[in-house]
Ligand binder design. Structure first.
Ligand SMILES: [Fe+2]
Length: 359
């Protein structure tokens, strides 16, 4: 139960400096107002734990449909009759109280018959869901003027200089995906062998400095949140004007830009299988979500669990896979098999680049 409490403390810490107006404000059509994320976190917990496992009625009748992420695209979320202000805060607390009651009644053991309970799946899912929404909230917080928070490092740590150094990975059979035991999402399974040709992959993600060279030589657009400033570049997140730091990993680039950068560098993006096969050797994972060349597809033997809308409805050639994790990603979410996905034009996510090439 302790980790759920820690995640909630992290969520509340993130919004601590904000007033209700800021929680309700629509800052961008591609990002939910924070009030929606908060209500959705509580509603997801209520749906899966209090209602599905605990068999209890929801606290607010039909309210849950406004927190359904598929039914309510981001651009509509500011208009929904969702909970706000004090009502929102008490919903978070009331659901949590009921969750703890239900958790005290159930067996989350290895042998639990219900796959939602076995090995604590539902507990791990709630925890991961809340922590992943913390990252979505941090995407929005980039747009909040003068946002400050003592509890968080609100930006990337300096990466090692991105030099030409690459790691060689042997060809042959590599095991990809999450093992059968332990928490993972449905899209990470089944673990399976893939045949890879030998390849090389950058030891570190691409830095701002290297990306700037690419921009200067090709006329490529600057990453999101960069603005010209006295002949240099400034980072304008949280309404700041701090100089762009060369050694930091480049962030907020689209898949198309990542792809064009890789070509300029005489390389290419790694496939997600290559990324995972190399992941044990990479240093400095966790600086940026790294775009891969791969479409978000089902692995062989995929079975939707616990609901189709988590992964299955996104499979196809519309979304590209990102691997790794960013400074905004909680450490417990970063595992070698974790697959993130987004539209290739998106830049509000903490997305960066690591290149590969054939050996
Ligand atoms: Fe969600």
């Amino acid at each position: 139960m302790e980790r759920l409490g820690e995640a909630r403390a992290r969520t509340l810490k993130l919004i601590e400096p904000l007033d209700d107006e800021q929680l309700n404000r629509v800052y961008s059509p591609i990002l939910s107002p924070l009030a929606w994320d908060l209500g959705h976190i509580a509603n997801f917990e209520e749906l899966w734990l209090v209602q599905t496992i605990g068999g209890r009625e929801p606290l607010h009748g039909e309210l849950g449909r406004f927190y359904d992420a598929i039914e309510n695209p981001r651009k509509t979320r500011g208009e929904l009759p969702i909970l706000r202000d004090a009502g929102l805060r008490s919903y978070l607390a009331d659901v949590r109280e009921r969750t703890l009651e239900v958790l005290a009644e159930v067996d989350l053991g290895l042998d639990a018959e219900d796959p939602l309970l076995r090995e604590g799946f539902v507990y791990e899912m709630l925890l991961a869901h809340e922590l992943q929404h913390n990252e979505t909230m941090l995407q929005l917080l980039q747009l909040v003027d003068d946002y400050e928070n003592d509890g968080f490092d609100l930006g990337p740590a300096a990466a090692e200089a991105s030099g030409p150094e690459m790691i060689a990975v042997d060809g042959g059979e590599h095991e990809i995906g999450a093992p059968a035991r332990g928490f993972a999402y449905d899209n990470e399974r089944a673990r399976h062998a893939v045949e890879l040709a030998p390849f090389e992959i950058d030891r570190t993600p691409v830095s701002n400095g290297t990306y700037l060279q690419f921009m200067e030589e090709t006329g490529a657009e600057a990453p999101l949140y960069w603005e010209r400033d006295d002949g240099g570049w400034a980072l304008t997140t949280m309404a700041g004007r701090d100089p762009v730091i060369s050694a930091h990993p480049v962030l907020h680039v689209s898949w198309h830009e990542a792809e064009a950068f890789a070509r300029w560098a005489g390389k290419r993006l790694p496939s997600e299988q290559e990324w995972e096969a190399a992941s044990a050797e990479l240093e400095s994972v966790g600086q940026a979500w790294e775009w891969t060349s791969s479409d978000f597809l089902a692995y062989p033997g995929f079975e939707a669990f616990p609901y189709r809308e988590y992964s299955e409805v996104f499979f196809g050639d519309t979304y590209k896979v990102l691997r790794g994790g960013s400074w905004a990603t909680h450490a417990s979410v970063m595992r070698p098999s974790f697959r993130n996905w987004d539209l290739p034009e998106r830049r509000q996510i903490f997305s960066g680049i690591r290149c590969a090439r054939d050996a």
